[in-house]
Design a protein around this ligand. Structure first.
Ligand SMILES: [Zn+2]
Length: 99
């Protein structure tokens, strides 16, 4: 099993590995995924926020992440509305999940 990456500064919190960051970046480009955090690999959020050089980009990123999740939420609501105009289909799908 793969070991979870732990922050090199505090040694406690989970940190992203170079690999995970690369995957997050690729996903953001290909699938309109959430923007990857501007964290160096191996440093957790808590320690990054204590670092004056990383603080500002992280704040900017949090704004982006909130915008992204708002947009994603709007998509979910739109899909739910589409389902609401086709209630029979929604009921069928619901019954399928019970089987
Ligand atoms: Zn840390």
């Amino acid at each position: 099993m793969k070991k979870r990456a732990v922050c090199v500064r505090c040694g406690r919190e989970a940190a992203l590995s170079e690999d995970q960051l690369a995957r997050a970046r690729a996903k953001a480009v290909q699938e309109d995924g959430p923007p990857p955090p501007p964290l160096p690999a191996g440093i957790c959020f808590r320690c990054a926020f204590k670092d004056p050089e990383l603080q500002e980009p992280l704040r900017e990123w949090m704004k982006l992440a909130v915008e992204w999740s708002d947009r994603r939420m709007a998509q979910v609501v739109r899909r739910a509305r589409q389902l609401a105009v086709r209630p029979l289909e929604a009921i069928d799908r619901f019954i399928d999940t019970l089987r």
